[in-house]
Design a protein around this ligand. Structure first.
Ligand SMILES: *Cc1c(COP(=O)(O)O)cnc(C)c1O
Length: 424
């Protein structure tokens, strides 16, 4: 079962025209020693590839589909919207409606602007933070991903502040000269950096639940500490909630932890499966955006009615009472059992709410150095083991799996049984 001759041929053909055969690198499944599945359709939590194989999806387009794929209400509303025209470059009611919903879910987003990707949201939020503070330096954390913005593609040295070393070719050193990269969960490093450079820092940007190195929860009040230290030094705090917004609670990670950032970026879920993301926050900061203020930002398809409609329908469904409680309770039961099953095999499961990553290492995983101790070859075996059993986990050790409202208890039990068989 699960032979994929058509996917293999499709990949060969894609390679002739598309670099690496994919439009986003992790999709190539290189690090897990596979070639990509080509998907024909998806529904609920089931992906169907062009060879006719079904897989239960725990990647869910990288966390987009909290309702499951192809939710009938979203499809119905989007179909109706498409027939009225797909973009006008002129305001629509849908933009204000989604903005109102975003504000109702995440009250710290007093004003919001819609863009087309998380990368664009972060890039714009940073420009705004620099414009507002009239400072240049951005502090980020090792292992946190904020899209492929030039000046945020920065790796870091071992536990010390490193300025200006990009992790991508094609980024001039001068572009990352104002980016400081510090170890996550390390207060002392942040204190020390701010003592020396506090008056140069425009903003600290953080994934409040880092998910792009696998799930690595903040510890010991680290996020509260970031709130306090930025306030003390007149810097802004940006929560990159492109994954966690509308995912962990209705109000995102900031609600979960009771912290109010100055600016927030959201993406993934907010577009309901279409290219949309947003940045927003304090009205006095957002007012600096053009056309009201001097910070320029624009977009041809920004706020287009199709993505807005998908977002409105998705958030409306998520605003029904008890949705997150039920999802997180189901996730907690599953993740607790998974942890019990994998612990004796020397695998640590990190999780927050309905997001989880099995790390193929022992001991606690608190930062990127810990993450790097993972046995990625063993992770690859695990990924393939699950795939052979019809389960599609996120295809990298440095990513997160997502539980959606559409996963059933039966499906989750099947995953537990498959995990129990791994290198038993
Ligand atoms: C996915 C992601 C981004 C980038 O969003 P794109 O839509 O892929 O550009 C930024 N930040 C975080 C935390 C993300 O998970």
């Amino acid at each position: 079962m699960f032979s994929r001759p058509k996917s293999k041929a499709a990949f060969e053909e894609a390679l002739r025209y598309i670099p690496g055969g994919v439009n986003s690198p992790v999709r190539a499944l290189k690090s897990v020693g596979e070639t990509p599945l080509f998907i024909e359709r998806a529904s609920g939590t089931t992906l169907t590839d062009i060879d006719g194989n079904d897989y239960t999806d725990f990647c869910l387009s990288w966390g987009v589909f909290i309702l499951g794929h192809a939710h009938p209400d979203v499809l119905r509303e989007v179909n109706a919207a498409v027939l009225r025209g797909t973009s006008f470059g002129i305001p629509t009611l849908q933009e204000t409606e989604l903005a109102r919903l975003v504000n109702r879910f995440i009250p710290s987003i007093e004003r919001v602007r819609f863009v087309n990707s998380g990368t664009e949201a972060v890039m714009s939020a940073i420009r705004l933070a620099r414009g507002y503070t009239r400072r240049n330096v951005i502090v980020k954390f090792v292992g946190c991903y904020h899209g492929h913005v030039d000046h945020l593609l920065v790796a870091a040295g071992s536990g010390v502040a490193t300025m200006g070393i990009s992790s991508s070719a094609g980024v001039p050193e001068s572009f990352v000269a104002h980016t400081a990269c510090l170890p996550f969960n390390d207060r002392a490093a942040v204190e020390e950096y701010f003592r020396a450079h506090g008056d140069e820092v425009a903003a600290v940007i953080v994934e409040p639940v880092p998910a792009n190195m696998g799930v690595v929860p903040a510890r010991d009040g680290f996020l509260q500490f970031l709130r306090e230290v930025t306030r003390r030094h007149g810097a802004l705090l940006i929560f990159d909630e492109v994954i966690t917004g509308f995912r962990l609670t209705a109000g995102g990670a900031q609600k979960l932890f009771g912290i109010t950032p100055d600016l927030t970026t959201v993406g993934k879920i907010v577009g309901g499966g279409f290219p949309a993301a947003a940045f927003g926050g304090r009205a006095d900061i957002m007012q600096l955006l053009a056309p009201e203020g001097p910070v320029y930002q624009a977009g041809t398809l920004s706020g287009n009615p199709i993505a807005m409609t998908a977002g409105i329908t998705t958030l409306s469904l998520l605003s029904q009472p008890g949705v997150y409680d039920a999802l997180n309770a189901k996730a907690a039961r599953f993740i607790d059992r998974l942890r019990e099953i994998l612990a004796p095999k020397g695998i640590v499961v990190n999780s927050v709410g309905n997001m989880f990553t099995p790390f193929f290492t022992t001991g606690e995983v608190r930062n990127f150095d810990d993450v790097k101790r993972s046995d990625t070859a063993r992770f690859a075996r695990f990924f393939r083991h699950m795939l052979e059993r019809g389960i599609y986990f996120s295809p990298s050790q440095f990513e997160t799996n997502f539980i959606s409202i559409a996963h059933t208890e039966e499906t989750l039990d099947r995953v537990l049984a498959a995990a129990a068989e791994f290198e038993a």
